[in-house]
Design a protein around this ligand. Structure first.
Ligand SMILES: Cc1ncc(COP(=O)(O)O)c(C=O)c1O
Length: 472
């Protein structure tokens, strides 16, 4: 049982004062956040004592002490940090340590955590209730925003997570094409539904897990896989399984095996092969949607899939997912059509509100230029100081998404990514934490910047990296 002392400490005596002291952010004339006016007393010594206590209790209460596997820090060693509060580009843990954050709640926090306008809008919506289980006008507003932004989407269905969006889109693709098989790519992650747990990325890759027990063979027999960036294998699969493949589904830029970009011509090649074979092309833009560009990877690369999944950013930090595509396909979804998919909390007014106000901010001119600028500074800086310290490193970025591997590269697929020195990454990760920088606790996860990251944040991060690179 969790002790009463620990429970009463969470968010109360331990660190609520920190959250209370965080004042609103200042904005420079171009409209972007420059510096957090945060009056938190920085702790002299880095300790994780309270985090440790809470995590030890959590391990008795929840499998591995967490609600989602990658949070457990297993691949980097050490223990997870228990958060107390977040604001802008910074997070605070229960021991009072402050970090510059490059995880951004795994992607949603693209305008910065706990944005004042989003919070104010949520407060207003909250007054009207938390869940309707009936249509609300906020769904129309967010749907219109998504449809006008994302080239492939003419109609959209809201769900509650990226996993749900991928499950729905898979059923829809199979229903529309009247074919059973799909092609996915090694190291890509499309949530934890059975058919996708084949050579999956994210936590499965991070923890080096085999395909999960509990997934019946029948659930994955129609999942074909190919290395990423490998058109020849995809072509061969279409030859071998002629007339059986409903769709090719992928992360248009991989984030769940670390950051891996498509080679020039790869996405176009997939578009062509799927057209030639009457199969659908599905972009899983749960991570890249509204992150690489306002219209996602499909706008950035100029390749329009048939169907798209979204999540993370369109919920502005609340649970959300969505799938959408051409009207003739989407009209197969119940109740317009026969393909069944439903959700008690889908289109939830709070999630819709946070999504609407997050997208509004992102739509302001200059957002993606700013993300590109800060991320370029960050990635160039880290690669520069790392290489100077004698490490084999490769990395890249697009807009507010980035990653680097402890291998010389180039990294075109998951096999290349696995050449990374993950033990060294673990030491780097721990060192950066002690210097006040919070990175994803895995070599096989992308990083994220936000509109709230300032040049000062980036400079501090590079200085921290320079120090840590010398020690590892
Ligand atoms: C590309 C991609 N698809 C699907 C998912 C699953 O989303 P969720 O964790 O919201 O279920 C993720 C999660 O990180 C993702 O990155």
């Amino acid at each position: 049982m969790a002790s009463a002392a620990a429970l009463s400490g969470v968010g109360l005596s331990w660190n609520s004062s920190v959250a209370a002291q965080v004042s609103s952010c200042s904005r420079n004339p171009s409209g972007f956040r420059t510096k957090m006016a945060v009056s938190v007393e920085k702790k002299q010594k880095f300790t994780l004592q309270k985090s440790q206590e809470i995590f030890n209790e959590a391990k008795e209460l929840m499998p591995g002490g967490v609600s989602s596997p990658v949070r457990a820090f297993k691949s980097v060693g050490g223990q997870p940090i228990v958060f107390d509060s977040v604001k802008g580009s910074h997070v605070w843990d229960v021991d009072g340590n402050e970090y510059i954050d490059y995880v951004g709640s795994w992607g949603p926090a693209i305008i910065g955590h706990a944005d004042d306008q989003v919070n104010a809008a949520l407060t207003e919506t909250l007054k009207k209730g938390t869940s309707f289980g009936a249509p609300c006008v906020l769904e129309n507003l967010l749907a219109e925003m998504v449809i006008s932004a994302v080239p492939s989407i003419e109609m959209v269905r809201f769900v509650n997570s990226g996993t749900e969006a991928c499950m729905g889109v898979l059923r829809l693709a199979r229903a529309f094409a009247s074919r059973p098989k799909i092609i996915k790519f090694e190291g890509c992650y499309h949530g934890h539904a059975d058919p996708f747990l084949v050579k999956a990325g994210s936590g499965v890759a991070t923890l080096g897990l085999p395909d999960s027990p509990g997934v019946p063979k029948a659930a994955t027999v129609d999942t074909l896989t190919s290395p990423y960036n490998d058109l020849a294998t995809v072509e061969n699969l279409f030859k071998t399984h002629k007339g059986e493949i409903a769709a090719v589904m992928l992360e248009p830029v991989v984030g769940n095996a670390g950051f891996i970009e498509p080679k020039p011509g790869f996405l176009n090649g997939l578009r062509q092969i799927t057209k030639e074979n009457d199969a659908l092309l599905v972009f899983d833009e749960v991570m890249t949607g509204f992150r690489l560009a306002y219209g996602g990877a499909q706008e950035y690369f100029g390749v329009t899939p048939d169907l798209t999944t979204l999540g993370k950013i369109i919920g502005g930090g609340l649970p959300v997912g969505a799938y959408g595509g051409r009207r003739e396909i989407m009209e197969m979804v119940a109740p317009a059509g026969p393909m069944y998919q439903a959700g008690t909390l889908s289109g939830n007014p709070l999630a819709m509100t946070a999504g609407i106000h997050t997208l509004k901010r992102l739509k302001e001119p200059g957002s993606y230029e700013y993300l590109d600028k800060v991320t370029q500074e960050l990635v160039r800086g880290i690669l520069d100081v790392g290489k100077k310290a004698g490490h084999e490193l490769s990395g890249g970025y697009i807009s507010g998404m980035f990653g680097f591997f402890f291998t010389e590269g180039p990294v075109y697929n998951f096999s290349d990514a696995k050449k990374s020195d993950t033990a060294k990454f673990g030491r780097f990760h721990r060192g950066m934490l002690e210097e006040g920088v919070y990175l994803a606790p895995s070599q096989f996860e992308a990083g994220f910047t936000s509109l709230a990251h300032s040049s000062e944040d980036i400079e501090q991060t590079i200085a921290a990296a320079e120090k840590v690179f010398r020690q590892i």
